[in-house]
Design a protein around this ligand. Structure first.
Ligand SMILES: Cc1ncc(COP(=O)(O)O)c(C=O)c1O
Length: 400
């Protein structure tokens, strides 16, 4: 048989899958294990949004829609972007499809020719790296440190640029670190992007889930020259607890949106009209429940951070947004826990699940090999139990 596609064969399965598969196997065997791996809100989709979806079925909105989304959902997105971040987009500058993940893929497909470099600050969300490869691009990783709050400086960005650099993927606030760039920090980054003529894919899917009274600044709002080169990516998954509805969108220059839409028209057509109708209600209806969810995440973040930092051997990195917190296990590297030599977060997560009964995501595949990611999209009881287990696990291994 002939060889399969080299590009497709090079795509790696998510590194989080190994621990998740093990977690689910143990759970199915009836073992007492708890998990912090979830990348989705544990809340139900708000009632008024669900009702809009149900009504759409009753109204027989069950046919194909335009490939870029219904006029109603694009109008609601434009209104939301204006209200939230002061951004002016026409509906012709928006394309809607089946989740931000797919939108990211098509955005990269639109920008990248084979061999083009795409800058990716680490730690990064695991899918970006593979998505860049999937379109024939070359990921250029810029490492950041805990000391710098896991933020890439303008100088670091400048140093990573070569004649082949086409774009920057700028995920703010960040999965997995939970950090958020200030307006001033973004301005410095934007200046370099304009000078070097880079496109920016600004993934702002966690922009509404910020803590400590901090306000988020959308990258495209930094100026017309910045907006012109930015593909703003967002969706309903995280803000409205709608991961399964599969709605994501891009807002950008009309020429970019046209190419993205052409591409989408051939590989998916529009996404579900039922989901689009629900998204109209999400974007245009009451926003009150976002604050309830955000405040709950902040309460959990506070507890997780305070308590984790009292546990010897590890420390937490205080997240400023999202529903993730990084835990450093660097001090355990080189130690032996329950007979296992700990070389990185993969080893730690494996033995923590085996002996501690807790699944956390190793950030080895996120470009941060000595950190684990804890999602606090779980109940406070689970968080408490997880930390009790962490304490016991480390004390039992002799880490005091
Ligand atoms: C940073 C980031 N971008 C995009 C996505 C994908 O979102 P969607 O559900 O809209 O595909 C995720 C989901 O985990 C994410 O963490």
């Amino acid at each position: 048989m002939k060889e399969l596609s080299k590009l497709a064969s090079a795509v790696r399965a998510s590194t989080t899958i190994a621990i998740d598969t093990k977690f689910k196997t143990l759970q199915a065997e009836g073992k007492d294990v708890i998990g912090f791996g979830l990348g989705e809100p544990d809340f139900d989709t708000p009632e008024h949004i669900k009702e809009a979806g149900i009504q759409a079925i009753r109204d027989n909105k069950t046919k194909y829609t335009p490939a870029s989304g219904t006029p109603a959902v694009k109008k609601a997105i434009c209104q939301r972007l204006k209200e939230d971040w002061g951004l002016d987009y026409e509906t012709t500058q928006v394309t809607v499809n089946a989740g931000a993940k797919h939108i990211l893929y098509v955005a990269l497909k639109t920008l990248v020719n084979p061999g083009d470099e795409v800058i990716l600050p680490a730690p990064y969300w695991v899918s970006y790296y593979e998505l860049i490869k999937m379109v024939g691009g070359v990921p250029v990783v810029v490492d950041t440190t805990e000391e710098s709050g896991f933020k890439m400086s303008a100088d670091q960005l400048r140093a990573a640029i070569t004649p082949k650099t086409k774009a920057l993927i700028f995920n703010n606030p960040s999965n997995p670190t939970g950090m958020m760039y200030s307006k001033e920090q973004q301005e410095a980054i934007a200046k370099v992007c304009v000078e070097a003529d880079l496109y920016v894919i600004a993934d702002e899917i966690y922009g509404k889930l910020t803590f400590d009274g901090k306000t988020f600044t959308s990258f495209a709002s930094l100026g017309e020259d910045v907006k012109a080169r930015t593909i703003l990516v967002n969706g309903v998954s995280k803000t409205y607890a709608m991961t399964g509805w599969r709605i994501g969108f891009a807002a950008a220059d009309q020429k970019i949106i046209k190419i993205m839409t052409n591409y989408l028209s051939h590989c998916i057509s529009g996404t579900s009209p039922i989901s689009q109708a629900a998204a109209v209600e999400a974007f245009a209806g009451s926003q009150a429940e976002i604050e309830t969810m955000r405040a709950t995440f902040e309460e959990r973040r506070n507890y997780l951070y305070e308590r984790m930092n009292k546990i010897p051997g590890v420390h937490a990195v205080r997240s400023e947004a999202t529903f993730y917190m990084m835990m450093s296990m660097e001090d355990l590297v080189g130690k032996t826990l329950y007979g296992v030599e700990i070389k990185d977060a993969d080893d730690f997560s494996d033995v923590f699940l085996d002996k501690g009964g807790v699944a956390v995501v190793p950030c080895t595949g996120f470009g941060a090999p000595y950190f684990t990611r804890w999602s606090f999209a779980v109940s406070m009881e689970t968080i408490k139990e997880g930390l009790d287990r962490l304490e016991k696990f480390l004390a039992g291994a002799g880490v005091e």
